[in-house]
Ligand binder design. Structure first.
Ligand code: C2E
Ligand code: SIN
Ligand code: SIN
Ligand code: SIN
Ligand code: FE
Ligand code: FE
Length: 372
């Protein structure tokens, strides 16, 4: 890498754009913090660079330096970074071990020896402090940070602040969504007396099917998170129908059939990937390959792959479980039905994938058994 002090203005901009472009593909807050730190390091003469973030309760600052390593967290009023943040001041120090504010704990933990340090506080548009950029151990000839490093890090911090604010917002939305998903899923389950493990198993089966039929790891994971919501619409079905101990009459059947469209209506407004996937699953998990399903009698590949996958996962699990209206089936009968329904109820390719990966399905079922 080119030494930072010899970068031209154009090269600096290029570096910033390169990193911002990289960040635009990232979703995890931790990853964003790491790329911002990389950017800070490329722009200054530092050996290490860290982005610190103020915690929600404003009592701590934390950072995440690497995958698989826990976040480092320190009190907001401790150390040099803490001073910069609480006082809103930029700080340059040539040798931190001569500075009484320096907290040696992190060096002791990491075995890394800090000498020079530069810290720049970061603010959002309303001038609230959100964190700090910290550069450590200048590689300049005199091993000290200079005004030029300071200017560069300030430039980086303006972009970093914006990026962090929007990343925090989208993380909040995502967290809320996941919570909503599981709360709603849990309500659906408890009311229909299906066990919590039912949706967990359906989630795992769906992921196996997704991967085995060629969807990317990312999509398979998305479907795994979305598929527990397939019966979300059941929360709007009256108890007398939902928990009827015996078989439905035609009228009850018609009421129950609305659960697919009801579920779709509950979540289809969202543009977020997770809820979008969940709304497809809710809408299409009772469609059948030959066009005889509900609610829209879609046929073949008109049915979204998420719908076709969840349909198989759901029925496999429903047949193998006791319900208020029926006893669990034995495996032989389940496999028999799957063979008969190949290219009728189910996507023929998925049935093949199911039998090819039967071991995995049985393993999942065993590890997530219902407990009474
Ligand atoms: P569920 O119990 O989770 O079943 C999901 C799907 O698995 C069913 O979708 C069906 O395709 C399949 N399935 C489950 N049990 C059997 C079975 O004994 N035989 C066959 N051939 N397939 C079975 P379906 O039929 O659209 O039902 C959707 C939901 O409606 C069911 O979810 C269940 O909550 C409810 N339901 C369906 N029929 C009855 C019933 O006769 N009585 C009661 N109380 N609920 C029913
Ligand atoms: C994450 O998005 O991976 C969690 C980051 C955090 O600790 O807030
Ligand atoms: C991540 O947040 O990106 C993965 C979790 C980790 O870093 O350990
Ligand atoms: C400090 O800010 O004094 C300690 C933080 C660090 O060494 O990274
Ligand atoms: Fe359903
Ligand atoms: Fe189900």
């Amino acid at each position: 890498m080119k030494h930072a002090s010899s970068l031209s203005a154009n090269e600096i901009l290029e570096l910033i754009f390169k990193h911002l472009n990289e960040i635009s593909y990232l979703r995890e807050y931790d990853d964003i913090i790491r790329v911002l730190a990389d950017m800070g390091r490329a722009l200054t003469s530092s050996d290490r660079c860290t982005v610190w973030v103020v915690s929600d309760d404003k009592k701590k600052i934390w950072t995440k330096v690497a995958h698989g390593i826990d976040a480092i967290e320190i009190d907001i009023d401790s150390g040099i970074v803490g001073t910069s943040i609480t006082e809103g001041k930029k700080i340059i120090i040539d040798d931190v071990y001569t500075d009484e504010r320096f907290n040696e704990d992190i060096d002791k933990q990491t075995g890394y020896k800090t000498k020079s340090m530069m810290v720049i506080p970061m603010f959002d548009k309303d001038k609230n402090i959100i964190g700090a950029f910290q550069a450590i151990n200048s590689q300049n000839s005199d091993s000290a940070f200079d005004v030029r490093d300071m200017e560069r890090l300030m430039l980086a911090s303006t972009y970093a602040a914006d990026t962090l604010v929007s990343a925090r917002l989208s993380k909040e939305i995502e967290d809320t969504q996941k919570e909503v998903v599981f709360t709603m899923g849990a309500i659906g389950e408890s009311r229909s007396k299906e066990t919590g493990n039912h949706v967990k198993r359906v989630a795992e089966y769906s992921k196996v099917l997704a991967l085995a039929c060629g969807l990317s790891a990312e999509e398979a994971e998305l479907l795994k998170e979305a598929s527990p919501m397939h019966d979300i619409g059941k929360i709007a079905i009256p108890d007398a129908v939902l928990n009827k101990p015996g078989r439905f009459d035609e009228h009850e059947r018609a009421i129950m059939d609305t659960h697919a469209e009801l579920g779709y209506g509950m979540i289809n407004k969202s543009t977020r990937p997770l809820l979008k996937a969940a709304s497809i699953v809710a809408y299409e998990h009772h469609e059948k390959w030959d066009g005889t399903g509900y609610p829209r009698q879609l046929k073949g590949e008109e049915i979204h792959i998420y719908g076709r996958i969840t349909a198989l996962a759901d029925v496999f699990d429903a047949l193998g479980s006791d319900r208020v209206y029926k006893k669990a089936w034995c495996d032989e009968d389940i496999f028999q039905l799957f063979k008969e329904e190949r290219a009728k109820h189910f996507d023929p390719l998925l049935i093949d994938v199911f039998f090819d990966n039967l071991d995995q399905f049985l393993e999942i079922r065993e590890s997530l058994k219902d407990e009474f």
